[in-house]
Design a protein around this ligand. Structure first.
Ligand code: G3P
Length: 217
């Protein structure tokens, strides 16, 4: 499973890239607003740190606007993935971009039918939002399982990018459900390494090693 980080914070991206765990980055207008940075500048900087796919979302909601903005964003760097909303205009833009060889992440997906449409028009990634479905008492993870089955039934190559991930359990469940990618907030990525038995076991090893009085170097 590939890991993308869901943030526009440069320091977090740099630190995580150095761990070797990061395959890509996703941003959205809310995350860019939170960073306080100029959108195109921050995308350019992220692309210079992470060689993998970096999602940059269009602001327009009409087809012509999405095409103009998406082409502009795609020129920022070779690893830019243009993110468009799952609307009829967004799907039409996806078809156009896929013919032009521009990679597309179709976002704000909340149903299996929406995911089916995105695959039909050649989306590179589909982003089902797990946490936001859970927020309204629906089963976000069932959506990942349904999309996996539909895509496998028809051998669609669109990658399932599990988004709106809020916890370490979400990551485990998305991996079990067969998501190709998870885009995860930085704090949740670090939490994946935590286990109380690892912590206490290491403390014991450090103590016992000290007692030997030895040094490896
Ligand atoms: O980038 C899209 C998605 O991951 C947003 O997550 O927590 O705002 O629902 P959230």
């Amino acid at each position: 499973m590939k890991f993308f980080v869901d943030t526009a914070e440069i320091k977090d991206i740099r630190d995580l890239y150095e761990t070797g765990l990061l395959d890509g980055v996703t941003t959205n207008p809310s995350l860019v607003a939170k960073s306080g940075r100029n959108f195109k500048e921050v995308i350019k900087e992220i692309c210079s740190i992470v060689p993998g796919p970096v999602s940059a979302e269009v602001a327009a909601t009409d087809y012509e606007g999405m095409i103009a903005e998406g082409r502009t964003l795609a020129k920022i760097a070779d690893n830019v993935v243009v993110k468009v909303p799952l609307t009829i205009d967004g799907l039409r833009a996806t078809k156009t971009f896929s013919k032009e060889g521009i990679k597309i992440n179709v976002t704000l997906c909340f149903s299996p039918n929406q995911a089916l449409l995105a695959a039909k028009v050649g989306a590179t990634y589909i982003s089902p939002f797990i946490g936001r479905l859970d927020d309204i008492n629906l089963d976000g993870m069932q959506l990942i399982r349904d999309i996996r089955q539909i895509y496998d039934n028809y051998a669609f190559t669109t990658e399932i990018l599990a988004a709106s991930i809020r916890s370490a359990n979400h990551v485990t469940e998305a991996a079990l459900a067969g998501a190709d990618v998870a885009t995860i907030p930085p704090a949740v990525i670090y939490k994946l390494a935590d286990h109380p038995l690892t912590k206490s076991g290491l403390e014991q090893f450090v103590k016992d090693w000290k007692a030997t009085g030895q040094s490896i170097l």
